[in-house]
Design a protein around this ligand. Structure first.
Ligand SMILES: [Zn+2]
Length: 150
């Protein structure tokens, strides 16, 4: 038998880069403008003025021209469901009262994909969704996406 420590996956795994969690969960130097937008219930993306392209809030360099002069731009908030999964087992006690719920990737009109909570329903691939803002289980105001009313 190996003496290697056993990872307890039941509590999830914290993926960190230095002091920062991987993903859009907490403010970090490159996402300050995104979180300022969230407090104003405004979804913001990075934008390269030279290429007129939009990027995920974590992006720090334009993948087209290499410019690091990215600016914040308000997103339309309209997206479609790209992929999703229904969560039945709470990742921590705070989520126990929320199961089942849906998380997934949405593809914004701007072409950027975001991992997010998806609410309302029914949810299927390509379902139109619209950004909304809600205080989630950990007490933090977060962007979520709701199925757009027909
Ligand atoms: Zn560019």
């Amino acid at each position: 038998m190996s003496d290697a420590p056993v990872t307890d996956w039941s509590r999830g795994l914290e993926l960190k880069a230095g002091d920062w969690f991987i993903g859009l969960y907490q403010p970090s130097p490159e996402t300050t403008g995104f979180w300022e937008g969230v407090t104003q219930q405004e979804l913001r993306l990075k934008h390269c003025p030279a290429c007129a392209r939009d990027f995920h809030p974590k992006r720090i360099v334009c993948t087209d021209c290499g410019s690091a002069e990215l600016v914040w731009k308000r997103a339309s908030g309209r997206a479609t469901v790209y992929s999703f999964s229904e969560v039945h087992r709470a990742p921590s006690p705070a989520f126990a009262g929320s199961t089942p719920y849906i998380v997934g990737l949405v593809r914004l009109e701007e072409g950027v994909h975001l991992f997010t909570r998806i609410e309302g329903g029914p949810v299927a691939i390509d379902t139109p969704v619209t950004v909304d803002f809600r205080v989630l289980e950990l007490g933090k105001l977060m962007p979520v996406f709701r199925v757009t009313d027909a």
